[in-house]
Design a protein around this ligand. Structure first.
Ligand code: FAD
Length: 402
């Protein structure tokens, strides 16, 4: 590997540079970033929306100094277009000219979905977005409408309601977190909203936004001072402008994080983090959106790139969330038709765990307010292949996973 260009200065980009140096790579490493600031951690942006400010977020330097590790760091220079080179690698366009490298790692992450015509609404993906949202809310109680009861919508609703704001969450699906957990399991989180003082409207489609608030499809109007649209994130691949084949908008990669073309891996082109969708022997195609994947994927990428041994099973998809007074930890990737088994009683306040299974193979595990199950759930996926547990209709599952 003659030289490496990392496109995207977020968690996955930083961890790629750090892994290269940790494994002794002494070639030239350059980094392009679009945000104008050094990499920082995003999960606190929603969970600590109101009790942290920009300097604190940006000081979350994730344990590595990008400037000390890379030969060149361009933080306010967005990539615009990519041209694969005949011998491998690519030339990446920027407003200040092209940068070429024999190995290009795409780590441009994701961007919050914006809805055309909803111009006054805010989204939350960057520290600047968080600052703007916090400033808009101010210190006296405001009416906040959050569109979307996904991970970020739920987290923001919880912390803003706890601070005394008047919060309504509008969700088009029948239950919160339906995209990640399915309707049946997502519905188990619905009572948390009222308990936290949040007005949750499910199966409620937004028709339009106006200066005074949000109009729903049923004609009702929700007055709002601030509207946050939290309807998901999409891989940041628009800048590629069709240069690489995409799968569901993301860069498809194999187990070694090599970008895949129609005939197999594209030489000198890799992708990791939210921008990629990873082919997994255990879970099928694993989309981005997982902090843990951006944290640990780069080490696997670099080991393959440098021809170093890769130990242990492939990483398991892992998501965590603190929302509306509850802690959630999820491993694996359940499919839409998978069977669910609930361990514990979601109503008794002592925590519960859900296992998803297909035949008798466990595809996912969600642990809610039960720290003792987290380690056991993680260990389920500590081997190659899916774990098998007796979860058939006649099985009496243990009260917890240990
Ligand atoms: P990003 O962090 O998005 O970084 C990509 C970087 O690339 C950005 O700085 C971007 O500006 C830059 N870039 C984009 N386009 C270009 C371009 N053309 N040229 C140059 N640079 C470019 N995950 C969890 O598992 N648990 C959580 O609790 C959790 N909470 C979250 C809360 C919030 C508010 C957000 C926004 C995300 C949360 N996530 C959470 C998701 C997690 O933060 C991401 O999975 C992780 O940040 C992905 O890292 P990444 O480096 O791939 O992408």
């Amino acid at each position: 590997v003659r030289d490496v260009l990392v496109v995207g200065a977020g968690l996955a980009g930083l961890r790629t540079v750090a892994a290269l140096r940790e494994h002794g790579y002494d070639g030239v490493v350059r980094v392009l970033g679009a945000e104008g600031v050094a990499p920082y951690d995003r999960p606190p942006l929603s969970k600590h929306l109101l009790d942290r400010t920009s300097p604190a977020w940006l000081a979350d330097d994730l344990g590595h100094d990008l400037h000390a590790l890379a030969d060149e760091v361009h933080l306010g220079r967005a990539a615009r277009g990519l041209r694969p080179l005949a011998g491998g690698g690519a030339a990446v366009g920027t407003d200040d000219g092209e940068l070429a490298a024999s190995c290009v790692v795409l780590a441009t992450g994701a961007a919050a979905v914006r809805v055309a015509g909803w111009d006054g609404a805010r989204t939350l993906h960057t520290a600047a977005d968080a600052d703007a949202l916090r400033t808009a809310l101010g210190v006296s109680p405001r009416r906040l409408v959050v569109v979307g009861a996904g991970w970020i919508g739920a987290e923001v609703a919880g912390v803003t309601a706890a601070a005394g704001h008047d919060v309504t969450v509008v969700e088009a699906r029948e239950a919160p977190l339906a995209a990640a957990l399915g309707v049946e399991v997502g519905a188990l989180t619905a009572p948390w909203y009222a308990a936290a003082g949040v007005d949750l409207r499910t199966s409620a489609a937004v028709a339009s936004l106006d200066a005074a608030g949000v109009r729903l499809a049923d004609g009702s109007h929700l007055p709002a001072d601030v509207v946050l649209v939290a309807v998901g994130a999409r891989p940041a691949t628009a800048w590629l402008d069709g240069a690489l084949p995409l799968r569901d908008g993301a860069v498809p990669v194999d187990e070694a994080y090599r970008a895949l073309g129609p005939d197999g891996p594209l030489p000198g082109l890799l992708a990791v983090g939210d921008v990629a969708v990873r082919r997994s022997a255990r879970h099928g195609w694993v989309p981005g959106g997982h902090w843990d994947e951006a944290l640990h994927g780069p080490d696997v990428l670099v080991r393959h790139l440098l021809g170093l041994p890769v130990e242990g099973p492939e990483p398991v998809p892992y998501v965590f969330s603190t929302q509306l007074g509850h802690d959630l930890t999820m491993f694996g990737l359940p499919g839409p038709g998978d069977r669910t088994t609930v361990l514990g009683d979601p109503r008794d306040g002592a925590g519960w765990t859900v296992l998803w299974s297909h035949d008798d193979a466990v595809t996912g595990a969600l642990v809610v307010d039960r720290p003792r199950d987290v380690g056991a759930a993680r260990r389920l996926f500590a081997r190659d292949g899916l774990p098998h547990l007796p979860l058939g209709p006649d099985a009496a599952p243990a009260a917890d996973l240990r």
